[in-house]
Design a protein around this ligand. Structure first.
Ligand SMILES: [Zn+2]
Length: 213
């Protein structure tokens, strides 16, 4: 059976802006040490378009995947995802968001075991939606009481006990630009759904999605 995660995103009626269907695929492979050993043709384009030129041109080859994963809860899930993919005979599939400052990006990931105990991550960009205002999100160097948590899966932010779209944090008009510093975790909805696809490896009870770091 294929493991599949769905609906880790807001209901469609809460989304704004035109929608553009897409079918861009970005692949990469890990060796048995979970180091990136190759990337697909679309990798460089995607890295450059996402403002990460340091990741293009082979900049990620030889580096552990976990070097690029923030937050203890998210790192634990990635490790468990790898264990699940390696242990099972079928791929693990899940939906997630990989937003840019001006777009919501809806992605689909397929993690499958390949030759010689390598693992293939195949990421497909399904569609995008323009934001009404640009939001630049950066990783906070330090966590304070007021630092928002950003869900690594659905990209929502935890604000006043609610997981919301980042533009809803700011009371301002369309076209304005904002910056925000966050720490990374996983929201309660994505946490529950991820648990269902990584079973039976499971997640320790001590892992609390509200305490990402
Ligand atoms: Zn989430």
């Amino acid at each position: 059976m294929t493991h599949r995660l769905r609906s880790s995103i807001l209901p469609l009626q809460q989304l704004q802006g035109p929608c553009r269907p897409m079918d861009i695929r970005v692949d990469f492979y890990l060796n048995d040490l979970d180091e990136i050993i190759s990337v697909g043709q679309e990798w460089d384009d995607f890295a450059l378009k996402n403002g990460a030129p340091e990741l293009a041109g082979g900049g990620v080859i030889g580096r552990p995947l976990l070097d690029f994963v923030s937050g203890n809860v998210t790192r634990h899930f990635v490790e468990t995802l790898l264990l699940t993919a390696r242990a099972g005979s079928q791929p693990v599939e899940l939906d997630y968001r990989c937003d840019s400052p001006d777009e919501r990006r809806y992605m689909h990931m397929r993690v499958s075991l390949a030759d010689n105990n390598t693992v293939c991550f195949s990421n497909t960009l399904l569609r995008t939606e323009l934001r009404s205002k640009k939001i630049f999100i950066n990783k906070a160097a330090q966590r304070s009481r007021n630092t928002p948590v950003r869900c690594s899966m659905c990209n929502l932010l935890l604000s006043k006990s609610q997981w919301i779209e980042p533009e809803h944090i700011f009371e301002s008009g369309p076209g304005e630009t904002h910056g925000i510093f966050v720490i990374y975790g996983i929201c309660s909805r994505c946490f529950t759904e991820l648990q269902s696809i990584v079973a039976p490896a499971g997640v320790p009870d001590s892992v609390n999605p509200a305490l990402p770091c």
